[in-house]
Design a protein around this ligand. Structure first.
Ligand SMILES: [Zn+2]
Ligand SMILES: [Zn+2]
Length: 145
């Protein structure tokens, strides 16, 4: 079975369907990219927590808490890659970002779903919309190609 390397776009023969990279170098590059993007998001989140005057004891101030929240890399509502930004959904949009207000059940989220939900829909309603949101994301991606 041949596959495209998701880093260098080279075609390569895969031994297992889970393989995404043609070489150890490409895999390391992907890991580095992911690390960079986590660090960038983390910097933005710290800025937001400072602006919102988040309590200094809140677990969200810990990098490990945040890294665990966004680890999956895919939006809980539509299943797409989370893209840029801090990718956190606040359960109560009238309150700031805290560990309690950004629970793992509804995180991470993509910017598109975050905009749709805004102050309009509850988390439970977003989950009811999940099949449609997933379908719409696929439709829109196909249109772009
Ligand atoms: Zn490669
Ligand atoms: Zn989404």
């Amino acid at each position: 079975m041949k596959k495209l390397c998701s880093v260098c776009d080279n075609k390569f023969e895969v031994s297992s369907p889970a393989t995404k990279y043609c070489s150890g170098e490409c895999r390391n590059e992907a890991l580095r990219d992911r690390q960079t993007s986590i660090n960038t998001r983390w910097t933005s989140l710290q800025r937001i927590l400072t602006a919102e005057k988040c309590d200094e004891h809140d677990p969200l101030w810990r990098f490990s808490t945040y890294a665990a929240l966004i680890k999956s890399g895919t939006c809980v509502f539509c299943g797409s890659k989370i893209g840029g930004g801090i990718a956190l959904d606040r359960f109560d949009n009238t309150k700031g970002h805290t560990a309690a207000n950004c629970p793992p059940e509804s995180n991470p989220v993509c910017a598109w779903c975050n905009r749709i939900r805004g102050a309009n829909l509850t988390v439970a309603q977003m989950f009811r919309l999940k099949p449609l949101l997933t379908e719409f994301q696929k439709e829109n991606k196909c249109k772009k190609k």
